[in-house]
Design a protein around this ligand. Structure first.
Ligand code: F6R
Length: 644
């Protein structure tokens, strides 16, 4: 018998309680810079702060971890594998001290092992360095250093940087800070670094280029981290470092300067996130928690922007930029992965609701194409993390060529958010699960509101149509909660197809990108091969794959393509494919054809992606759990891809 773990209905608290209770019975149920940095200077045990911080950074993806703590000298420990192993080693080695740095590494240069794990040191082990990013000219630097007698233990590019700093420091009479500066000026590539030196035991030296770093400002203690999650527990005051900036952090303060030694006064920002937001809140995985938050996150995203009683949209972040956007010669959306899928939904929305044509580009492809973009065009970049290297590069290229660039970002204060001309935050709260869920629905919500705003601006959307859309959009959070109330059919489908080797996802129109997103979710977390297609494209190739073993998920939720999608389902059925439909309540013809029919509430066609994606996220989740996969940290993946 299938036991629905979500059979108790209610808002988020009820769901959590239901979930905890259900879990006791259900013991069988068992998104790159990717690396993470934490540093601490203060009165606490540095190792404890660092280990906790590294645990909070685990979501970024990693394969080894390490830390260095200063005391009467410098203690370094490293492990291949999990932070929990590092914690055990730290206990054994009694790593006491009030200043230190830690790192989770996601291997790029050199295999994931203890030697290549950070921190790295020079030959004399006087200092320790952790690094996020890639030193692109490490090979040339390494050969030069080897000629000078440096011996390398591993293959990591970071080790080369450590030796370079040592070489410069030991061969000149400049101080250690200047030696780091000079080394960084010789480096090509990206870095966020933190360094401690045993003869300067009161400080951490940090620097950034292309790899985010922030300083957490406390009282009698200060922090450095690659994102805010490790420090939120201690302070909400942060200083964001920009590219080519350095800082010296002590327990009593911090000083920031440019790489060329110009002192800077930096603004202190107040973080909006809370500790609760980055904890699991009773759910077994962050991904599930984030799927269940979507009623709330979509509502948060619309708050103060969807003005129901005035039948209008107000996007403060775009004020002063809407005319240019509405009159753009071309609108180009650039993004990666799930954010690219939301961009594809945006294309349909802009065309239908605002009569604007849009091109959606993989950011990684855009930057290497022949660029025909100029000041007459507008680029919209979409990024949950706001740190994705390819998206950032596309943004910079478009700006360099004079285009206005708008952003849709989740992480407040992220590099992309700061570098765009204007933009809209998704306000989905921290997304910790590597597989993106609530960020996608929030991005689509923002794109929907932008399309409606532009539709009014371009006089395409009538009052009546606008009224209908405003009403329907306002009801989406309730409808999301409705889907989440009963997941029993999805669980049953997941149980039946847990070991299917392949899946096909089909959708049309607005839901073609949802098919892509459903397939991506399954691939990422359950390691099942899955492909998404526009349903009619099936006939042009993928139909050859269909037999009695092939699960085919059809998103049949839009009315205006209903007849067509029914024909596509007939085609699958005729070849004995196993049909799983996502359909709107009351949609005719689907139930008759599908082996499983997962229904979602009816809404306006253009809003169906916001609902149709929810069962697909859950399907991927349940299958991954059944296969005992690492849901929140799938293999080889990292949350934020800050390498190209
Ligand atoms: C998929 C996923 C990735 C990201 C992509 C872009 O679940 O998380 O495909 O969507 O790496 O990341 P952002 O949106 O941070 O730019």
């Amino acid at each position: 018998m299938v036991f629905s773990i979500f059979s108790i209905v209610g808002r988020r608290d009820c769901i959590r309680t239901a979930f905890r209770l259900a879990l006791e019975k259900l013991h069988h149920i068992n998104k790159r810079n990717m690396c993470g940095i934490v540093g601490y200077a203060g009165g606490r045990e540095a190792s404890e702060v660092i280990l906790k911080g590294l645990q909070r950074l685990e979501y970024r993806g990693y394969d080894s971890a390490g830390m260095a703590v200063l005391n009467d000298g410098m203690n370094i420990i490293k492990v291949k594998g999990k932070v929990s192993e590092l914690a055990k080693l730290s206990k054994k080695k009694k790593l006491n001290g009030n200043i230190g740095i830690g790192h989770t590494r996601w291997a790029t240069h050199g295999e994931p092992n203890e030697i290549n794990a950070h921190p790295h040191t020079g030959s004399h082990r006087n200092f320790s360095l952790v690094h996020n990013g890639i030193i692109e000219n490490y090979d040339v630097l390494r050969r030069n250093l080897e000629e000078k007698g440096h011996l390398f233990a591993g293959e990591s590019d970071t080790e080369v940087l450590a030796h370079l700093i040592e070489e410069i420091h030991e061969l000149s009479d400049i101080d250690f800070f200047q030696a780091i500066q000079q080394a960084l000026l010789q480096v090509k590539g990206t870095y966020g670094i933190a360094v401690v030196h045993k003869y300067h035991p009161d400080r951490i030296i940090v620097a950034r280029k292309g790899s985010p770093l922030l300083i957490g400002v406390g009282e009698g203690e200060n922090f450095v981290a690659s994102d805010a999650s490790p420090i939120i527990e201690y302070t909400k005051k942060v200083v964001y470092l920009e590219d080519e900036e350095m800082a010296v952090i002590t327990r009593d303060g911090y000083e920031v300067s440019t790489l060329k030694n110009v002192p800077l006064t930096k603004e202190v920002h107040e973080l909006a996130m809370s500790l609760e937001q980055i904890e699991k809140g009773g759910f077994p995985h962050f991904m599930l928690k984030e799927i269940f938050e979507q009623g709330d996150t979509i509502a948060d995203c619309m708050r103060g922007r969807l003005i129901v009683h005035e039948n209008r949209i107000q996007l403060g972040g775009l004020e002063g930029f809407v005319d240019k956007l509405a009159g753009a010669r071309r609108v180009i959306i650039a993004a990666c992965g799930t954010s690219w899928h939301s961009g594809l939904v945006g294309e349909y929305l802009f065309e239908y609701l605002a009569h604007m044509s849009v091109e959606v580009e993989y950011a990684s492809e855009f930057r290497y194409r022949e660029q025909l973009i100029d000041e007459r065009d507008v680029m919209i970049v979409i990024s949950q993390s706001g740190e994705t290297a390819d998206t950032l590069a596309a943004l910079r290229e478009a700006k360099r060529r004079g285009a206005m660039v708008l952003g849709i970002c989740n992480v407040v204060g992220s590099t992309i958010a700061r570098e765009t001309d204007a933009g809209v935050y998704t306000h989905a709260g921290p997304e910790i699960g590597v597989a993106s869920t609530k960020a996608f629905t929030a991005q689509v919500t923002v794109l929907t509101m932008m399309a409606m705003l532009l539709g009014r601006q371009n006089k395409v959307l009538s009052d009546a149509m606008m009224k209908e859309l405003v009403k329907e959009l306002n009801n989406i959070p309730k409808k999301v909660e409705e889907i989440l109330k009963d997941t029993s059919v999805i669980e049953e489908v997941a149980r039946l197809f847990t070991y299917a080797p392949n899946f096909l996802y089909l959708g049309r129109s607005y839901n073609f990108p949802v098919a892509l997103e459903g397939a991506l979710k399954l691939k990422e977390i359950s390691y099942i091969h899955a492909e998404g297609y526009p349903a009619a494209e099936m006939k042009h190739g993928p139909i050859a794959l269909i037999d009695e073993h092939m699960p085919v998920v059809v998103i049949a939720a839009t009315d205006h393509t209903n007849d067509k999608i029914i024909s596509n389902m007939e085609e699958v059925k005729a070849r004995k494919g196993r049909l799983i439909a996502i359909s709107s309540n009351g949609q005719s013809g689907v139930g008759r054809l599908a082996e499983f029919n997962i229904t979602i509430p009816e809404t306006h066609d253009s809003l169906t992606p916001l609902l149709a994606v929810i069962p697909l996220q859950l399907l991927a989740y349940f299958i991954a759990v059944n296969r005992k996969c690492h849901v929140d940290q799938p293999r080889n993946l990292a949350k934020s891809v800050t390498v190209e």
